[in-house]
Ligand binder design. Sequence first.
Ligand code: APR
Length: 311
Amino acid sequence: MGLTRKKITIVGAGFVGATAAHWAAIKELGDICLVDIIEGMPQGKALDLLESSPVEGFDAQIFGTNDYADTANSDVVIITAGLPRKPGMSRDDLLFKNAEIVKNVTEQVAKYSPNAYLIVVSNPLDAMVYVAYKVSGFPTNRVMGMAGVLDAARFRTFIAMELGVSVEDVTAFVLGGHGDTMVPLPRYSTVGGIPITDLLSPEKIEALVERTRNGGAEIVNLLKTGSAFFAPSASAVAMAEAIIKDKKRLMPCAAYCDKEYNVGGYFVGVPVILGGNGVERVVEIKLTPEEEAAFQKSVEAVKSLVSKLSL
Ligand code: APR
């Protein structure tokens, strides 16, 4: 008996889902199953991606389906299914519509892959992870959301651009929810270990932080017809890789926090150790009073969204 490959299911074969499949394939993380409700579309994209494998030189089974039975026994499931916001839709409309979608998806996924690790990407993120957690009944170490890796990646990109240094040497630390309530910690964001507070003026840092907070909107305004997908999908796949390879990376993820950071049982962006057991632990750091206040504001925003859902 040889070793078997890991199985990664990606739910939603749209921009984020299909691109996640691409990153996962070229990293040879395992076999990939793409699921969508649109008939033919996941099958077509999967076949197209598979046909790139001889050129790129990766080995994986890649297949698309509309049937959740085909997702059975997945090790990691990345959930990207959901509607993007359209003109005239309120944030609450998106919340309720995507909550319904994530609920249906999670029921199916949990039924066929009861031991999977779930990485939720659908927005509004922090609330959608909560839905996936409640519906799956999975333990908290196996349910998480992707937001912080993306926010940190945007911050790292802007820091590197500003200083003219390699993105590889830039680390960034962010806490809290996605978007408006994100809490970047410049004192823990570094270039080769040097805090950016030693390299950039407070005004410059604030400008980079502001651009990071609006990073999603900046892309939406340019694309006009959709939202970001390269960086979000790369971020979700980086989390899958940390789990599949048991890397024990320290990454900001939307993770379940009860006593941690005094959150009281919600999913919010915190630094975690991500490895073979999923969210192996939440890393708690001491926050300054300002950071603490900003973080609690973020938590309140998440609570308010979740309270609107009947779970
Ligand atoms: N089951 C499976 N797939 C579904 C379902 C469902 N119940 N409902 C919708 N989908 C699919 C759609 O058919 C579509 O192909 O989800 C896909 C979403 O893809 P896009 O519309 O291209 O959206 P995308 O840009 O990929 O964003 C997906 O990720 O970043 C977040 O805010 C973003 O919530 C959005 C999600």
